[in-house]
Design a protein around this ligand. Sequence first.
Ligand code: PRP
Ligand code: URA
Length: 209
Amino acid sequence: MSKVYVFDHPLIQHKVSMMRDKKTTTKDFRQLAQEVVTLMTFEATRDLPLKDVEIETPICKGTFKMLAGEDIAIVPILRAGLGFLDGVLSLVPNAKVGFVGLYRDPDTHEPVEYYCKLPEDIDKRKVFVVDPMLATGGSGADAVQLIKDKGAKDISFMCLIAAPEGIEAMQKAHPDVDIYIAAKDDHLNENAYIVPGLGDAGDRLYGTK
Ligand code: PRP
Ligand code: URA
């Protein structure tokens, strides 16, 4: 079974709480999303492999650690996942980027796919799928399946807030995909929104409501 990592660092918790506040403006919400995901990326990349390299400092030669160059791909789920992209890229600027477009049907809450464009060599990369919300888990699980269908084998899922239902659905569909979250919330309401959550992440990022 996959692991679920809850990042309870005080800075992450503080910023997510600010994002939850309905009085937080679109501009501040976007800024906070970047900051939180940058902190989460720092934690989520903790196990990236290192290699020894010879470097000459102004004082002497030595052997030091650098990233072994594991190739990474970031895949935001459109639209709200886009709000996470720059934050991840700020720490892993050489990552390639793919996109999966999904929206939830307002009546059935089932994900509907409308776009998928991934790096050609996705099968050779460590993939981080990013989306602020894991509610029913339908969108996240479908996105991961699309990426697996293109050959990817090493996939992690990173989101801000997850409902227990979403975690369970993702683990059931993809027991090999680790999940990184900033907060595990209580439950889903009758509209399949996360409670207490932060509302509609896409609308809050882009000011559409
Ligand atoms: C939101 C969110 C996730 C999805 C989560 O996207 O960004 O992709 O809902 O819900 P689920 O776990 O029940 O599938 P939404 O469908 O609102 O589309 P948007 O990003 O275009 O606003
Ligand atoms: N999508 C969102 O943006 N928010 C939720 O609470 C659930 C799905």
